[in-house]
Design a protein around this ligand. Structure first.
Ligand code: D41
Length: 688
């Protein structure tokens, strides 16, 4: 029996038992490993609950034996107390700034100057990377332990934000491996991914807290919090983009290899970074990233080209705090000023009505923008946008442009604020805003032609049934002429009906009929997605198709069964169940199938074996011999289904290392459980 150690004077502190020290070491290693998989590699191996269990166990041991706590323990990320202010930090090696190039000519100039200065003709190898729109940081590691993090400040002096940087999951508190220099300064960019930014602002909106203008401000603001607990709740991330001081050890001789080494130490490197040779390849990279920009999960405002070789870098040196060997090639601005001509209401597929600002057309980042969404009535009121106002519009990502803010003009008489309409501007039905909901909806349902049009547009869209040539304008005509009332009517359209439409010839009519015919062969998940069930996007549709296998099973699934599918919660389960409880939906589905929509049966479960035939299997904990995805595949190939949560319907739980609450639940429900060895035996029994 161990007594808890007391630190009171005179009381002898018992030594921490060896087995506890061993467990703590192993827990820390395990937590660091899973943390790295989750935050840096974006490829978690175990579910959150299992991770939480490991974390809790460590925290409990550390609470019991406080003398084992060290600063780099994964429990100590949010360890520090709020600070009164930020200490100043002098950067031993100044953090340089970057020159900008706004067009290709400036990039060619940059390359020419380098070649001249180096007196060479051979093309230069450049390390190239996106320019993250965040805030620059310097992080110092002493013997592999994070000891200090400082903002860039003016380049020579920044602020000590160690307590906050420690809370960022992708920043290692200790480096992996052992061949790191005794002293290593990592430089990089702290940023807030777009999804996190949107969620943060959505939360802030709901609780009337401060809204951040953009992810960059949000990242900078989060880093400058006095209380690290606030920062810990902010979805921050970091990419390392260089090194500063290196002492007592070697780093590679060029930028790209150094980044790779930082990656080995456990730091996160932007996956888009690479190296190219010569100016044309730089410009190709710029175009390639520019094309991808909207699909990246974070904001960037350009790309950076850096001479890769450190010797060449030092021969080039710097002028006025900016290196001659690097340049930022900026993308065109994503914000522009314009004027609101009107504010109108748009009715969506589910009846949600959205205020839309009509704008004087303006070029934003290379695209003409003449509409901007205001999201919902609350947002409209908060931004207080009115017809006639001068505004700043922003086009970020592939999302609809939005209004950032109104530009206040002196001596400008503003028009009256726009009110939420009482009835649907399209069908005249009452508009209802449910208690506690931000979204106001037209109650017209299928009576509302706007909702019908949007349902059909969704049904035919690329990711749903993908009916090529059936665009918004055409759908509008078809619905307005009452040729199509709901998706199934598309399959009854005739050549004559189509050829008679304005701006439609024989040829386009035939093309459209052909693509309608082609759309009949689809997949179950596309079909489900096409139905436009609320909250059921592509991922949920795929999960439904994979887990339940057939349309009938999905139609008949109870809410509880639906919820046992990974990532389907009670709200989505209710929407799905509700959808299939309504006769007109069931009729529509039947009618669509009747008209020839079909999908080839999925190939899984043609079963090479049947070890798990008809079983609902739950995986928990870490398996040693395979990843979770591999295990899932094995079970499916053997005729079983893998579900997320343990319920009375679970046939078997396979548990690996550090299994947590699911294993307990299985035991309490008397669900059979097997460990990895038995699981492997079950698989191999059937194969031999
Ligand atoms: O992604 C960035 N924002 C980024 C910033 C980057 N990828 N590389 C950078 N490289 C440098 C040098 C070449 C000076 C080491 C930078 C910055 N500087 C930088 N960030 C803020 C000021 C300078």
């Amino acid at each position: 029996m161990m007594k808890t150690s007391g630190n009171r004077q005179g009381v002898k502190v018992p030594k921490v038992p060896e087995n506890v020290l061993e467990r703590v070491r192993s827990l820390r290693e395990s937590i660091n490993y899973h943390n790295h998989r989750y935050h840096v590699l974006d490829d978690p191996e175990i579910p959150d609950v299992d991770f939480d269990a490991l974390f809790r166990e460590l925290a409990e041991l550390e609470q019991k034996y406080p003398e084992i706590i060290v600063g780099e323990s994964p429990t100590q990320r949010v360890g520090a107390a709020p600070v009164a202010g930020f200490a100043q930090v002098r950067h031993e090696q100044p953090m340089l700034s970057l020159d900008n190039a706004f067009d290709e000519a400036a990039v060619l100039d940059f390359n020419r100057r380098i070649l001249e200065r180096l007196d060479r003709e051979e093309p230069i190898k450049f390390a190239v990377e996106p320019k993250l729109d965040g805030t620059a940081i310097s992080i110092l590691y002493e013997n592999g332990i994070l000891v200090r993090a400082a903002t860039r400040g003016d380049g020579s002096t920044g602020e000590d934000v160690t307590h906050n940087v420690r809370t960022i999951g992708s920043v290692p508190l200790r480096l992996s491996g052992s061949d790191y220099p005794e002293l290593l300064e990592v430089r990089g960019e702290i940023f807030m991914p777009r999804a996190g930014f949107d969620a943060l602002n959505a939360g802030a909106r709901a609780t009337n807290e401060k809204i951040f203008m953009n992810p960059r401000n949000a990242a900078a603001g989060s880093l400058r919090q006095l209380d690290p607990r606030v920062t810990a709740r902010r979805p921050l991330d970091m990419f390392a983009y260089g090194i500063g001081i290196v002492r007592g050890g070697q780093m590679p001789g060029c930028h790209s290899d150094s980044l790779a080494r930082l990656g080995e130490f456990g730091l996160k490197i932007c996956p888009e970074s690479c190296s190219v040779v010569g100016e044309e390849a730089c410009l190709d990279y710029y175009r390639q990233i520019g094309e991808k920009r909207d699909r990246l999960p974070y904001d960037i405002d350009g790309v950076v080209y850096k001479v890769d070789d450190f010797d060449l870098q030092s021969r080039l040196g710097f002028v006025a705090r900016a290196p001659r060997w690097a340049i930022a090639h900026k993308f065109p601005a994503q914000e522009q000023a314009t004027t609101v001509t009107d504010i109108e209401w748009q009715v969506g597929r589910t009846g949600a009505i959205t205020p839309v600002a009509r704008l004087e057309p303006v070029l934003v980042g290379g695209v003409t923008v003449s509409n901007a969404t205001l999201h919902n009535f609350d947002e409209l009121s908060r931004k207080d946008v009115r017809p006639g106002d001068a505004v700043v519009v922003r086009r970020a990502g592939d999302v609809i442009p939005e209004i950032v803010r109104v530009k206040i003009r002196k001596n400008h008489r503003r028009k009256a604020a726009v009110k939420l309409p009482a009835v649907c501007p399209v069908c005249g039905s009452e508009i209802i805003r449910a208690e506690g909901e931000v979204v106001a909806r037209c109650s017209g349902g299928f009576v509302c032609s706007a909702q019908r049009k949007e349902s059909i547009r969704h049904f035919a869209s690329r990711r749903a049934l993908d009916i090529e040539g059936l665009g918004g304008k055409l759908i509008e005509q078809l619905v307005d002429m009452d040729l199509v009332r709901s998706p199934e009517d598309l399959f009854d359209l005739t050549h004559e009906q189509l050829a008679d439409l304005p701006r439609m010839g024989e040829k386009s009519a035939q093309n459209l009929l052909d693509s309608i015919e082609r759309s009949k062969e689809t997949t179950l998940d596309r079909f489900l997605y096409a139905l436009g069930i609320r909250e059921v996007g592509e991922a949920t549709s795929l999960a439904l198709a994979e887990w339940l296998g057939g349309l009938e099973q999905i139609q008949n699934a109870s809410e509880e069964e639906l919820q046992s599918i990974e990532d389907i919660g009670p709200i989505v389960a209710a929407h799905i169940h509700h959808f299939f409880c309504q006769t007109h939906n069931v009729q529509m589905v039947a009618s669509l199938i009747d008209k020839g929509i079909y999908w080839p049966q999925p190939k899984i479960r043609n079963s090479r074996g049947s070890a798990f035939s008809g079983m609902n299997v739950v995986l928990t904990g870490t398996l040693q011999s395979m990843t979770r995805t591999e295990a899932k595949k094995c079970i499916q190939q053997e005729g079983g289904k893998v579900t997320g949560g343990v319920t009375g319907k679970t046939s078997l739980v396979v548990f690996g290392m550090n299994a947590g609450s699911k294993l307990q639940k299985a035991r309490s429900l008397d669900v059979p459980v097997v460990d990895e060895t038995s699981f492997l035996a079950m698989l191999s029994d059937k194969k031999t």
